[in-house]
Design a protein around this ligand. Structure first.
Ligand code: GLN
Length: 385
């Protein structure tokens, strides 16, 4: 094509390609073990795959209802009620989405107006702030400090103003692996009480919480549930990140606004996969077994790291392990991540990518949603660093 005959005024001038795409591409180019972008390298349950095939062959290949297949909406609501005690109405209070990212984008687009402020906690997952800015809002960042990356509620409260439309939280937290306590939810509730602030809670790693802790969902907290969007993901729970199916839960008035946007963003999510997921959700062990499954992998990976000069930080949830490389080098994390990919063949994510100002905590993020064999090969290579 010839060059565009006019300049494009970017809506997102500061944004390039996401770090996940950049590092996964580099890993592929170098033939490196890819512990960067978060996705399992093992297969989903064959029964789940069979159900998709079954529904496709049975003719379920046309549009699903805009908000999602009724049986799947019912299964999502039943699961939430069983786990967290809050009953959402499948008809009005849940929408099936094309993944967690779309749910978050849609909720932000539906609620945030030009000039509104949205509080986020930094390091912040890379899609949140662009969503806010495309809506004309302004993101205000509260810092989570290493090694525990715990929220400082007094500092967060200091950011609240009459312009605050939304607080966007994420527990278990990507990239740090920190998790909210019940006390965090009380602090959050105290902060929004008496305001019109909407909480958007990204809980896509809700079933990956370790050491006997329970996931503190905002939907467990009646006061918060009454003003929050809660976002979930099948990709993380059933090892099918590439299917891009998730959901949003919210009180009816919020969900009505959400659906106004959803219907024009994706309209609806693919039918046979929704039907298959609804079938597969009949057995709660499929999510109840997940903490133990991933805790074993976390421990295996941390054990492997102990033979290296990388120092693992606390990891209470998610399938990400942060490691500090202070003993290895003082180069910026982006340079080290690239060098490790090229030279020793292990790709990771530089955590500075989750900061607006490129803050250097000198930590890398490794995804341990991998076969035991992949994890031990990666650790052998990392031991050379
Ligand atoms: N959530 C995944 C991660 O943190 C990435 C998803 C994506 O590439 N957009 O690695």
């Amino acid at each position: 094509m010839p060059r565009l005959p006019f300049p494009v005024e970017s809506r997102l001038p500061g944004v390039g390609t996401t770090i996940f795409t950049v590092m996964s591409r580099l890993a592929a180019e170098c033939g490196a073990i890819n512990l960067s972008q978060g996705f399992p390298d093992f297969s989903a349950a064959p029964e789940l795959l069979d159900r998709v095939s079954h529904h496709m062959h049975a003719g379920a290949n046309q549009y699903a209802p805009m908000a999602g297949i009724p049986s799947l909406r019912e299964a999502i609501c039943a699961r939430s009620e069983g786990l967290y005690g809050t009953r959402y109405d499948p008809e009005h209070e849940v929408t099936v989405t094309a993944g967690g990212t779309q749910a978050i984008f849609t909720a932000v687009t539906a609620l945030v107006r030009p000039g509104d402020e949205v509080i986020v906690l930094e390091p912040v997952y890379d899609s949140y702030v662009p969503a806010v800015e495309l809506a004309g809002g302004r993101a205000l960042r509260a810092s989570l400090a290493p090694p525990g990356y715990r929220p400082d509620w007094a500092a967060i409260r200091a950011l609240v103003s009459p312009r605050t439309r939304m607080i966007l939280v994420n527990s278990p937290h990507n990239p740090t692996g920190s998790v909210f306590t019940a006390g965090d939810l009380d602090a959050l509730a105290g902060l929004v009480r008496g305001t019109g602030i909407v909480v958007l809670s990204d809980e896509v790693y809700e079933h990956i919480v370790f050491d006997g802790a329970r996931h503190e969902s905002v939907s467990r907290h009646p006061e918060l549930a009454g003003r929050s969007f809660v976002v979930g993901s099948f990709g993380k729970t059933f090892h099918v990140t590439g299917w891009k199916v998730g959901w949003a839960l919210a009180p009816r008035e919020l969900m009505a606004e959400f659906r106004k946007v959803h219907q024009f963003v994706v309209f609806t999510v693919n039918t046979p996969v929704q039907l298959a997921l609804a079938d597969f959700m009949s057995d709660p062990r499929r999510w109840l077994d997940l903490p133990a499954f991933y805790q074993r992998k976390r421990d295996l990976f941390r054990e492997g790291l102990s033979a290296t000069r990388l120092d693992p930080l606390p990891c209470s949830g998610t399938y990400f392990q942060l490691a500090s490389y202070g003993r290895v080098s003082d180069e910026p994390d982006t340079e080290l991540a690239e060098r490790l990919t090229r030279e020793i063949g292990v790709a990771s994510i530089p955590v500075s990518a989750f900061f607006a100002d490129g803050r250097q905590d000198r930590v890398l993020r490794f995804c341990f949603a991998k076969s035991d064999e992949t994890l031990s090969r990666a650790c052998e290579r990392l031991a050379k660093v």
